[in-house]
Design a protein around this ligand. Structure first.
Ligand code: 2B7
Length: 659
């Protein structure tokens, strides 16, 4: 195929080949490179994957607009990634400024307005500048457009500098149309620029539920893995997936409609063995992890509808009322709204909370009407639901009494449950304080003497904490270990939990690096997930990573290196030279206070994993596999899947703080 320059006149060039316009664009792209956090949040793996989401969102928009139903994502051995759609192809015609449209789309931050074809704005508000951000943060990026029987190509390098101008790269059948974007993230920007297959798979799977009918294909040429995600039944299928294997009260309830210009979709069901509530909300296909007006409308409608129903059918006395929290025990729900751009607003900095006032009455009215009909049409289900709510209320009452009893014990003074266990922090600056929950008394002892007394508190755990999946609140309060944790954190539990009054800014789980330790971690995480979820939502829960080895010089044991992996250990041996010995730590208890402090507790040198729940599907799977009743499955899973010192979508590593 011969290379043909586009037969279009461009603006006059300077001697160096740059126009004033080019220079202006460059400085804009440099701005993105200087402050990547402003555009993609951070340069950790989560920021890195933002580059992918921006491009995928453009392909998705094209599909949602009715052009092309297939989107393929491919990961390559050279560290690059491509996204391919079957849409109309990014426009290649010359813009009035004398620059091809496709070039503007990938090099300007203002192109959003001019070229925005989005019906709804997505990407948490990047308004179509996403492609430019991806380009600015890439070592190279190449766009191939199939349009009108021709193949067009344009290529950028080093953060969006034009490398190969737009040109026709050959012919293709007239029926071919679409866009392929391939790029390699810039390692100068991203300390770890490797894409994660699971992270991408999870996001595409989530998208497939929200965008009925779009096929997503994912291929990883490095590992050979591939997957296809496609869903025809929308949120109903999503809800089904989230509660897979659990026994339900009745069936999944779903409905959708447009109210006052807002497209609303809801799917929900009640699990019999769960006590937490799991509501996932979305605005314009972007997760709103902190809820917002759509969630408020949903919750208030649920509560009002069940109260009206129970009253009208004589299931409760006119003096009684059903509490929303009791109704939501065991509820799994997905609420998705699509709001016109002009009405879209967020609350707070993170864009995790929908602020659009119109979403509240719209969702409220749809859910009230349709859930009301549903209850009337499914009487047996409705009666069972009211009974379930009653049981929840009774359990809550019992828990309250138990709590009050515990408090009155505490008031008595020295023999209060905490006194002999907790080594508190001295500071009253709660946000700065860290609570280490430590496996075993002996490690607890070392931790107590090795800690920073001002800001670090130690709570040793004696046995394994109670498995809180499928357990009611009163049993939790009865459990000494958990009651101690609740009292120590000091912010309540379950529906009463108020993250703002937590006595600690970080809760750090510190266990041995073995299967028992992993089990304790998951038991505690399940407890936090089910009963103090805001701690996890705010990224306040961590897992400490103790080192696995200490490599030291036999002749001079002061010369030593702590190692977290086998590779580290080999490198340390090489670095220290001949005459090295390796000390393998089987548990925290084998470290003296000094070593424990330096390797696992001290901010500057420790390694932590932050527990996050970006991805609702994995969390649900993990929690039910790990915490389910079937111990054998659980142990197999832990042995197979819990690798220490590794990060994944669920656990993000935090090395040598603060970042
Ligand atoms: C706001 C910008 C980003 N755009 C178009 C048209 C089609 C189109 C795109 C795209 C990513 C990876 C493969 C509109 C929209 C620019 O204007 S972006 N397809 N696909 C994409 O980026 N995929 C378009 C009107 C007429 N013809 C084409």
């Amino acid at each position: 195929m011969e290379d043909k320059e586009l037969d279009m006149a461009g603006p006059a060039k300077t001697e160096a080949g740059y126009t004033a316009r080019d220079i202006e664009l460059l400085s804009e792209l440099e701005g993105v490179r200087k402050r990547p956090g402003m555009y993609i949040g951070n340069t950790n793996p989560s920021g890195l994957h933002h580059l992918v989401w921006e491009i995928v969102d453009n392909a998705v928009d094209e599909a949602v607009n009715g052009y092309g139903k297939k989107i393929s994502v491919t990961m390559y051995k050279d560290g690059s990634l491509s996204v391919q759609d079957e849409g109309r192809g990014v426009p290649v015609d010359m813009h009035v400024s004398g620059v091809p449209a496709v070039q503007l789309i990938y090099t300007t931050l203002h192109s959003g307005g001019k070229f925005n074809s989005r019906v709804y704005s997505t990407s948490a508000g990047l308004h179509g500048v996403g492609a430019t951000v991806t380009n600015a943060l890439s070592e190279w990026l190449e766009v191939t457009v199939y349009r009108g029987g021709k193949i067009y190509k344009i290529r950028f390098h080093d953060g969006g500098k034009l490398e190969t101008p737009l040109h026709v790269d050959g012919d293709c059948p007239q029926s071919w149309h679409g866009t392929t974007v391939r790029f390699k993230p810039d390692p100068q920007i991203f300390p770890n620029s490797k894409f994660n297959y699971d992270t991408i798979a999870q996001r595409l799977e989530e998208k497939s539920y929200l965008l009925t009918g779009v096929h997503f294909l994912l291929k990883d040429q490095i590992s050979g893995q591939s997957a296809e995600f496609h869903c025809e039944n929308g949120l109903r299928e999503y809800c089904q997936k989230l509660v897979d294997g659990k026994s339900l009260l009745g069936d999944i309830v779903d409905f959708s409609d447009k109210v006052n210009g807002i497209q609303i979709e809801v799917a929900m069901c009640w699990c019999l063995s769960d006590y937490g509530e799991n509501i996932l909300s979305y605005a314009n296909d972007v997760r709103t992890a902190d809820g917002g007006t759509h969630e408020q409308g949903f919750k208030s409608a649920l509560t009002k509808t069940i109260n009206d129903f129970a009253l009208a059918n004589g299931l409760m006395k006119p003096t009684q009322s059903i509490d929303g929290g009791d109704l939501r025990e065991g509820l799994t729900a997905i609420v998705s709204v699509k709001i016109p751009e002009a009405q879209l607003q967020y609350e707070g900095q993170t864009k995790g909370k929908l602020g659009s006032p119109d979403a509240l009455p719209a969702v409220n009215s749809l859910v009230s009407t349709r859930f009301g009909y549903y209850l009337n049409e499914h009487n047996a289900f409705a009666v069972d639901l009211v009974k379930k709510v009653e049981a929840a209320r009774n359990a809550r009452e019992a828990a309250r009494k138990a709590r009050e009893a515990a408090r009155s014990v505490k008031k008595k003074g020295p023999e209060m449950i905490l006194s002999d266990k907790l080594a508190p922090a001295q500071s009253k600056d709660y946000a700065e304080n860290e609570l280490f929950i430590v496996e075993g008394d002996s490690a607890g002892g070392s931790a107590k003497s090795g800690r920073d007394r001002l800001h670090q508190a130690i709570l040793p755990l004696r046995g394994k904490p109670l498995n809180t999946d499928s357990v009611s609140m009163d049993r939790i309060i009865d459990n000494v270990e958990l009651a101690t944790i609740i009292e120590t954190i000091g912010a309540g539990v379950g529906n009463d939990f108020d993250v703002e009054s937590s006595h600690y800014g970080k809760i750090i789980i510190m266990t041995d690096a073995d299967t028992d330790g992993a089990h304790i971690q998951t038991l505690l995480l399940t407890f936090f997930y089910n009963y103090m979820k805001p701690l996890i939502d705010r990224g306040m829960v961590y897992i400490a990573l103790p080192p696995l080895y200490r490599v030291y010089k036999k002749s001079d044991p002061k010369k030593h290196i702590y190692c977290w992996t086998d590779e580290d250990r080999e490198a340390a041996k090489a670095a220290l030279g001949p005459g090295c010995l390796v000390n393998r730590y089987k548990g925290l208890g084998e470290m003296n206070p000094d070593q424990l402090e330096k390797t696992t507790m001290k901010k500057e040198s420790r390694r932590l994993l932050r527990v996050s729940i970006d991805d609702p599907i994995t969390v649900e799977k993990r929690i039910s596999v790990l915490m389910g009743k079937d111990a054998a499955v659980r142990w197999d899973w832990i042995k197979e899947n819990v690798t220490f010192n590794e990060t994944d979508a669920f656990l993000e590593e935090v090395k040598g703080e603060e970042r």
